[in-house]
Ligand binder design. Structure first.
Ligand SMILES: [Zn+2]
Length: 520
C-alpha cells in the first residue's frame, strides 16, 4: 500500500484527460447553459444537466487514484479522506438508512450476493457481509482496491465497471457513482445483466427536484464538472432507468440533500422481434438516436423540422427499422402524406427516390420550392388535396409514408383504402399513428382530431385484406406505462401513446389477375 502524500496539496488534473461533449446521455444535443454552472449544459430533451467536458475512459483509474483523488482531492474539498469516511458514515446513521431503503424492497431475511461498483472504503459492503451477504466490491484504481482489500478482507476487484465485470448478483449498489459515470446507459445495462431476474439496484446520487431548485450552499460542489458528468433530475433519472429496462420502485427518499436514494428493480421485459407501440428503451437506444441525428443534421441547413423531443424521436426510426430500411431508393416512387416541414421525404429524395408530397394547405409551397433548389432539384413534386381522396392512379407508388396523419383524417376507412389503391402490389405503407384507449384512462384533445384505438388500427390496416400481414398484431402493452409517463411530461395533453407499422399491399391473386384481364 502506498502512503498518501500530505493532505491539502492541491491536485492538478491535466486538461488532456477530458474531451468536449455536446450530447446528453439521452442523445439530446444542447448548447443551453445550465442555470447552476457555466461548465454544464441543460438538456432540453430530458432535463439532465451535463458537463460540457467529460473524463476520457482511459483516465478513469488515474483520476480516481488512491493518493490524488481519495486523499488530496477530498482534503481540497473539505471532504473526509478514504479512511475517515467509514467512521463518519457509521456515526451519522447513513449506513442504517441505506440498509433500511434496501430492505424496504427485499423479502424478509433475504440474503444473496451484493456487488458495489465504486465501493471506495466499502463501509456498506462490510455491513452487508456482517449480515450474511456474499459481497464483491469494484473500485477503479488498483492501489485503492488493494488497500481496501487488505484493510477489510473483502473481495475488492480493481477496475472501472463494467470493463471490470460484476458477478451474478441479487443486489447491485452504486452510491455517489452514477453521476460520475460517462456512459450511464452502458453502466446500467451491464448492471442489469449481472442482476438476477428480480434483482435490486440501489443508487445514491444528487438529484435536482424542481426546475430551479439547486443544492443550496453545496451547489458548487455538486456541479464539479471534472467529477460529475451528469446531474440528473428526479424525472430524468427515472427516464434513464426505464430506458435501460428497470422499473423504479423508490426515488423520493434520501439521506440528506444531494444524497438522494433511487431503488429500481430489473424489469423483465418480454423479448419481441418488433414493437408497434412507442417505448423508451428503443427511443433512447444508439440506433434510434443515430437515425434521428441523421434526419436532424439533414434538416438543419434546410430549415426543415428537427426532432428534439416528442414521440417523433421514436416514430421515424421505428418505421425505418420495421421495413423501410430494406428498400432500394434509387428510382423508387414515394408518396408522403401530410408532409409539412418533415425532412424525411426530402432525405429519401437525396437517396434517389422520386417523391411526391401531399398537404391540405399550400402553406409550405414556398419553403418546399426553396428546399428543392437548395438540394439541386432532386425529383420532388407536390399536390395540395382537400380530402382523403388521392389524385393519383391505381398502383402508382412503391412506398407511401404517413407520420401522425391518420388522426387528422375524418374518413379513416377512405384514407386506408386510398393508400391501398395508389400503392403498387407489394408496395410498402409506413405509418405512425396515435393510439388513445379511453378504457386505460387515455385522452386525446378534440382540436387534434381523433386518435385510433388498437382495435381500429387492426380493423382499418392490420387486418385489412388489401394489405398482407402474416400474424395477428402483437401489441407491446408492457411498454405503455413508462412511455405514457414520459409523453405526458412533453406536453400536458399528451395523454395517449404512439404506434408504428409497415404494411405491404397484397399482390393480386390469380383470379384477380384473371378478372382484370377479362375486363380489358
Ligand atoms: Zn438528456
Amino acid at each position: 500500500m502506498t502512503e498518501p502524500s500530505s493532505a491539502g496539496q492541491h491536485v492538478e488534473v491535466p486538461d488532456h484527460w477530458f474531451e468536449p461533449v455536446e450530447r446528453c446521455w439521452c442523445g439530446g444535443r444542447s448548447n443551453d447553459a445550465s442555470a447552476f454552472s457555466s461548465e454544464y449544459r441543460s438538456c432540453q430533451r430530458c432535463g439532465t444537466h451535463f458537463a460540457s467536458k467529460r473524463l476520457k475512459q482511459e483516465y478513469v483509474a488515474s483520476f480516481y487514484s488512491y493518493d490524488g483523488y481519495w486523499h488530496r482531492r477530498q482534503s481540497d474539498k473539505s471532504h473526509p479522506t478514504l479512511w475517515d469516511r467509514q467512521e463518519l458514515l457509521e456515526r451519522d446513521g447513513r449506513v442504517d438508512r441505506w440498509m433500511e431503503a434496501i430492505h424496504r424492497h427485499l423479502p424478509l431475511g433475504k440474503l444473496g450476493t451484493a456487488v458495489e461498483a465504486g465501493c471506495a472504503e466499502a463501509t456498506l459492503l462490510q455491513r452487508l457481509r456482517r449480515d450474511g451477504w456474499t459481497t464483491v466490491g469494484i473500485e477503479p484504481d488498483a492501489n485503492t482496491a488493494a488497500a481496501v482489500r487488505e484493510r477489510t478482507g473483502l473481495d475488492i476487484r480493481a477496475g472501472a465497471f463494467p470493463d471490470t465485470p460484476a458477478p451474478r448478483c441479487d443486489l447491485f449498489i452504486a452510491c455517489d457513482v452514477l453521476e460520475h459515470v460517462t456512459d450511464p446507459r452502458r453502466f446500467l445495462y451491464a448492471a442489469r445483466e449481472a442482476l438476477v431476474s428480480d434483482g435490486l439496484l440501489f443508487l445514491q446520487l444528487p438529484l435536482i427536484g424542481g426546475e430551479d431548485e439547486g443544492f443550496g450552499s453545496i451547489t458548487e460542489k455538486v456541479f464539479d464538472w471534472q467529477e460529475h458528468a451528469f446531474i440528473y433530475t428526479r424525472e430524468s433519472i427515472r427516464l434513464l432507468l426505464e430506458s435501460c429496462e428497470y422499473s423504479v420502485v423508490e426515488n423520493d427518499s434520501g439521506w440528506v440533500r444531494a444524497h438522494e436514494f433511487v431503488v429500481a428493480r430489473r424489469w423483465n421485459r418480454p423479448a419481441r422481434s418488433r414493437r408497434h407501440l412507442a417505448n423508451l428503451p428503443e427511443m433512447f437506444s444508439d440506433e434510434w438516436t443515430t437515425f434521428i441525428d441523421t434526419l436532424n443534421d439533414f434538416a438543419a441547413p434546410l430549415g426543415l423540422r428537427q426532432f428534439n423531443n416528442w414521440s417523433k424521436l421514436w416514430e421515424y426510426p421505428s418505421v425505418w427499422r420495421q421495413g423501410l430500411s430494406e428498400t432500394r431508393w434509387q428510382g423508387c416512387r414515394v408518396l408522403d402524406l401530410g408532409s409539412e416541414q418533415s425532412p424525411f421525404p426530402w432525405w429519401l429524395a437525396t437517396q434517389g427516390a422520386a417523391v411526391t408530397l401531399v398537404e391540405r394547405s399550400a402553406n409550405w409551397v414556398d419553403q418546399w420550392t426553396a428546399v428543392r433548389d437548395a438540394l439541386g432539384r432532386p425529383s420532388v413534386d407536390w399536390r395540395i388535396v382537400d380530402s382523403s381522396r388521392l389524385p393519383f392512379d391505381d398502383d402508382t407508388f412503391d412506398v407511401v409514408t404517413s407520420f401522425s396523419v391518420i388522426e387528422h383524417q375524418d374518413d379513416k376507412a377512405l384514407a386506408a383504402s386510398e393508400v391501398a389503391r395508389v400503392l403498387k402490389p407489394g408496395g410498402l405503407f409506413g405509418i405512425s399513428f396515435d393510439i388513445c384507449e379511453p378504457e386505460l384512462g387515455m385522452t386525446f384533445p378534440e382540436w387534434n382530431g381523433r386518435a385510433l384505438t388498437r382495435r381500429e388500427f387492426e380493423r382499418l390496416f392490420w387486418n385489412n385484406t388489401r394489405f398482407r400481414t402474416d400474424d395477428a398484431i402483437d401489441w407491446n402493452m408492457e411498454d405503455v406505462p413508462a412511455f405514457l409517463n414520459w409523453h405526458k411530461r412533453t406536453a400536458a395533453h399528451h395523454n395517449y401513446v404512439t404506434g408504428a407499422a409497415v404494411l405491404a399491399k397484397r399482390r393480386a391473386g390469380f383470379w384477380a389477375r384473371m378478372r382484370k384481364a377479362l375486363t380489358l
